[in-house]
Design a protein around this ligand. Structure first.
Ligand code: AMP
Length: 372
């Protein structure tokens, strides 16, 4: 199947083609026709599957086909992190290049002035994180009375981050009958129950079950004491064929500490996590993308939404205690079918977490007993 077969209008097809896409990804093939038919959707898909375009393209199509006189917010996209909000906005910009559909992203951590101006100038699509949305709504800058389509992106992540209450508050402000889409990388019971309470007769779409993604990535685990992990990381990174490495720590503090320790050994690294300013996060990402730094140290939440095409190497400096998180992390390397490498450092206190991960992915991660 190609994009031509999806009943999209010429300006969108042109933009999509110029963007270099020829074939819709499986989530796009499954989602776009139902979205165009105005159905509610519950989608199980991780980032990396093309899920953003799966909702951005048909939303642009629906909004451009049915024009309104005055500009007002007709679609609202709620996403957990600033990075994701920015990335979603980039998608709308790319596919909406030849349309008169205005969008903006609003998120916390930056002054509100520009966001307020954009809202005042009029918008068709608002992409937002929950906190800043409620803040600006309460200040009277946002009118959602004519929203037609709402997307809840990365619902599991919003649940993890404690945003579900805010999301419910947001939904309560919207008109009663609107088209609702919920996307989530995993489908824990809480998300299913929540989805049932808000979606009307939804179509269920799902791609690459979390465990099968893991099979594309070459994985290994090294058993190591906690105190020896930094030395081990320096050894791993001494391999000059590793052009870029994304290193995961569990905590923000741990990420900062590791960057400092690496700097002492001459390895330039940057950390991204929720305590960093928006500018610092964007700069770190840009430096990493441009290969000005080889190593990016990230916490899980900050790493959601990092979209770097050539990322062959991931290090789990600490083993995550939620097994699905492991798959998200290593999935950063195997994007768009590319093969990647993931190495995990497991100290004695993390053995149980490793076991749960192996149960989820359905195989034992090969153990490397010595690392030279
Ligand atoms: P996402 O899952 O939305 O984060 O998208 C993951 C990556 O896939 C992004 O870099 C997109 O630009 C890319 N992508 C999305 N749709 C397609 C497509 N149909 N063909 C090729 N690449 C795509």
């Amino acid at each position: 199947m190609n994009f031509q077969g999806l009943n999209l209008s010429a300006p969108i097809l042109r933009a999509v083609t110029e963007h270099g896409y020829t074939t819709p990804t499986p989530i796009q093939q499954q989602t776009i026709p139902h979205l165009l038919a105005k159905r509610d959707i519950i989608g199980c898909a991780q980032t990396g599957t093309g899920k953003t375009a799966a909702f951005a393209i048909p939303i642009l199509e629906l909004l451009s086909v049915k024009k309104t006189h005055n500009r007002h917010i007709r679609s609202l996209i709620v996403t957990p992190t600033r990075e994701l909000a920015i990335q979603i906005a980039e998608n709308f910009k790319a596919y909406g290049k030849y349309l008169d559909i205005r969008h903006t992203a609003i998120y916390g951590g930056v002054p509100q002035g520009r966001q307020v101006s954009a809202l005042k100038n009029g918008l068709d699509v608002l992409i937002t994180t929950p906190g800043r949305f409620l803040d600006l709504l309460n200040q009277g800058f946002i009118d959602v009375s004519r929203v037609e389509i709402v997307v809840l992106d990365e619902a599991d992540s919003m649940l993890d981050m404690g945003f579900i209450k805010d999301v419910k508050k947001i939904l309560a402000t919207l008109p009663a009958r609107i088209q609702t889409l919920l996307f989530s990388a995993t489908m824990p019971t809480e998300i299913r129950t929540f989805a049932k309470s808000i979606l009307q007769n939804p179509v269920e779409v799902s791609v690459t079950p979390v465990s099968s993604t893991a099979k594309r990535v070459t994985q290994s685990v090294v058993f190591v004491e906690q105190h020896a992990k930094t030395d081990l990381l320096v050894k791993v990174l001494s391999d000059v064929t590793i052009k870029r490495s994304l290193v995961f720590t569990r905590t923000k503090h741990g990420a900062d500490k590791l960057v400092k320790q690496l700097a002492k050994t001459g390895i330039d690294a940057a950390a991204i996590h929720g305590n960093k300013s928006q500018n610092a996060r964007q700069k770190a990402l840009l430096d990493f993308r441009n290969s000005d730094i080889r190593v990016l140290v990230a916490t899980d939440i900050a790493a959601r939404g990092i979209d770097i095409d050539e990322l062959p190497h991931v290090v789990n400096y600490e083993i995550p205690n939620v097994p699905e998180t492991y798959v998200h992390r290593i999935g950063r390397t195997g994007r768009a079918g590319a093969a990647g490498t993931a190495i995990s450092f497991c100290d004695p206190t993390e053995r149980a977490d490793l076991k749960s991960i192996q149960k989820l992915i359905g195989f034992d991660v090969p153990v490397v007993s010595s690392y030279r």
